[in-house]
Ligand binder design. Sequence first.
Ligand code: NAD
Ligand code: TYD
Length: 332
Amino acid sequence: MRLLVTGGCGFIGSNFIRHLMREHPEDEVLNLDKLTYAGNPENLRDVEGDPRYTFLKGDICEEADVRKAFEWGPEAVVNFAAETHVDRSITDPEAFVRTDVLGTFRLLEAVRGAGVRLVHISTDEVYGSIAEGSFTEESPLRPNSPYAASKAGADLLVRSYVRTYGTDALIVRSSNNYGPYQYPEKVIPLFITNLLEGRKVPLYGEGANVRDWLFVEDNCRAIDLVLRRGESGGVYNVGAGQERSNLELTRSILALLGMGEEHIQKVPDRPGHDFRYSLDCTRIRSLGWEPLYDLERGLRETVRWYRENRDWWMPIKSGEFREYYRRRYGDI
Ligand code: NAD
Ligand code: TYD
C-alpha cells in the first residue's frame, strides 16, 4: 500500500512509520510534516535511507502542500499531524484551532477528491472527564481544554464527511501514549529526563488525576488494524486498561530509577484539569486487538530507552524547550 502519513516526525507518527516498515515490507510511505517544535527528523534517522520512505516538508493547513502530497498517489492517509500539548493549548490556543481543525479539513477535502481512505488519529480527551465507568464510542463529546475542543472539532468534521459525502474515513481515539521518542513536555518523558538530570519532578495538584497508559507500539498495532480492517465510518477507542493516578505513576518511575519521593515537587494544578479518562475498548478488541504491554513492562522499556538515548533528548531540553520549561516551571 502507498501510504501518506502526516505528522510522521512526531512521537506516535515516527513509531508508526517504523512499525509499517518492519511489519509491511511491501508498503511505501510519504511523510508530510511541518517540523514544528515537536517534529524531529532524528526520530526517523534509521528509516531515512530506506527506498520505501520519502519525506516532504509541508503544512496540512496549506492547500498547495496537501496537493503536492496527493500528487504522490497515496492509497490511504493516516493523520497524526496536530498540536498536542494541553498546557500549550491553554497559553496559546490559536495554533491548535488552526492545525487540528483547519488542517483536518484540508485533508478531508483532499481524500474526498482522491477517493481514498483516511484514518484520523484522535484522543480520549474529546469525551472529557469521567468519574466512574468508561466512555464508549457513542458517548457525547464534552472536551474541556482548547486542545481537546480542537480535536473534537476535527472528529465532528470527519463524521460530517462520512455522512454527507460518503468519505471513507475512520477515527481512532486512544488514551495517553508513552514510549521512545516522546517529546519531553509530556509527563512520562519529562519526569524520567528530569530525574536523570538531577532535577525534581513537577507534579500538578495532589497527583490524584487518573490516566490510562498505552504503550506506543500497542497503539501503532491498533491503528494499523483499523487502517486495514476497520469499518468505513467507524470510530475506535484504544486504551490499555492501565489506569494510574499521577502520584502512582510518579512512584513507579522513581522506583525504576532507585529514587525516593523527596524528588517530587508539588506545583499548582492545571486549569480545567480533567480528573480521569477511561475508554471502553470492546470494539477494537472485537477486531482481534489487545495490548501487549502492561504499564510496568512499558515503563521499564521507556526508562531504559531514555537512559540509553541521552543524545536524543539532551539537545531538545537545551533548545526551544529550555525557555518553555523555565517560563512554566521556574527553577524546578
Ligand atoms: P507530537 O506533538 O509528538 O507530533 C506532532 C507532529 O505533527 C510533529 O511532527 C509536528 O511537526 C507535526 N505537525 C504539527 N502541525 C503540523 C502541520 N500543520 N502540518 C504538518 N505537520 C504538523 O504528537 P503525538 O504525541 O505523536 O500525537 C500524534 C497524534 O496522536 C495527534 O493527533 C494527537 O492528538 C494524537 N494523540 C496523542 C496522544 C499522546 O498521548 N501523545 C494520545 C491520544 C491521541
Ligand atoms: P500530559 O502528559 O500533559 O498528558 P494529558 O494532559 O494530555 O493527559 O499529562 C498527563 C498527566 O500528568 C495529567 O494529569 C497532567 C499531569 N502532569 C503533571 O502532573 N506534571 C507535569 O509537569 C505535566 C506535563 C503533566
